[in-house]
Design a protein around this ligand. Structure first.
Ligand SMILES: Nc1ncnc2c1ncn2[C@@H]1O[C@H](COP(=O)(O)OP(=O)(O)OP(=O)(O)O)[C@@H](O)[C@H]1O
Ligand SMILES: [Mg+2]
Length: 254
């Protein structure tokens, strides 16, 4: 068996306070009692702060070539897990290894390089830069990597061809449908041959027919070039097509 690409060891993620702030001035009785039971009750600032434990001592491994879905209800920790795997966020406790290297041992610059070279991201809301054309959106990653212009163009057009959008290369996102925009986002995520593509609910904003064709596309990329995909979803269609499904609930494996 090959070595794991990504390993999580007892990863816990706690979001501390500020996001969940309650003004208690208007509350009385039981509500005040409940607020007082939170870990941080800040009388001076008239607010209660709630810590959220989003992942609890999660131990998991991912291997090269996986096509894996992370499933679970809203709030179960799917995005948190993907953000941690993608080094966009960090565990509060526990360790994350990528090809045996612990990510917390990297400097900020090394981490930025790691994300740029080894990872591709696909988001629910596409996250394309609105003023850039499809081609420029895809090319941007390669510009950051310092590739010469000619090579950038060539690779970006190849990636757009792979997702079936070469002819729309000079359109800006607002001239493309949702499904086409997500195809551009897929091209952007794979143009630099990353070791893993992370996708957080990639089809949540798309109709089922478009979702299915995107899924076919990701599946082909996985089959033909062995690209590793880890994606989150609650969509039954997507889950049924994954080679492996990891179910989480309340930040724990089910
Ligand atoms: N930045 C944050 N600050 C505070 N709490 C957060 C933050 N992000 C997520 N949470 C909390 O952490 C828990 C897990 O959230 P997460 O977004 O990972 O869930 P999810 O499974 O992706 O949900 P969804 O299906 O709705 O996208 C939830 O209780 C959420 O409210
Ligand atoms: Mg989410």
């Amino acid at each position: 068996m090959s070595k794991p690409l990504i390993s999580l060891e007892n990863v816990t993620k706690i979001y501390e306070g500020s996001e969940q702030m309650f003004e208690y001035g208007y509350f009385t009785g039981n509500v005040i009692k409940k607020l007082k039971s939170f870990q941080k009750f800040d009388f001076m600032n008239n607010a209660a702060l709630l810590d959220v434990i989003a992942l609890k001592e999660l131990t998991l491994e991912f291997f090269p070539g996986e096509f894996t879905a992370i499933a679970g209800p809203s709030g179960s920790g799917k995005s948190t897990l993907l953000n941690i795997i993608g080094a966009l966020d960090f565990p509060s406790k526990g360790k994350l290894f990528f090809e045996g290297r612990e990510l917390s041992s990297l400097s900020a610059n090394e981490l930025a390089d790691f994300r740029l070279l080894s990872l591709g991201f696909i988001f629910q809301s596409f996250n394309l830069i609105p003023v850039l054309t499809a081609l420029e959106n895809v090319e941007y990653v390669l510009t950051l990597q310092g590739l010469p212009r000619k090579k950038r163009r060539e690779k970006s057009l190849q990636a757009l061809e792979l997702v079936g959008l070469k002819h729309e290369a000079h359109r800006v996102p607002s001239q493309l449908s949702g499904g086409q925009q997500q195809r551009v986002a897929i091209a952007r995520a794979i143009v630099h041959d990353p070791k893993v593509v992370l996708a957080d609910e990639p089809t949540a904003n798309l109709d089922s027919k478009t979702s299915e064709s995107l899924l076919n596309l990701m599946q082909d990329l996985n089959k033909n070039s062995g690209m590793t995909f880890i994606f989150s979803s609650h969509d039954a269609l997507i889950l049924s097509r994954a080679k492996r499904v990891i179910q989480i609930r309340d930040g724990m494996l089910v």
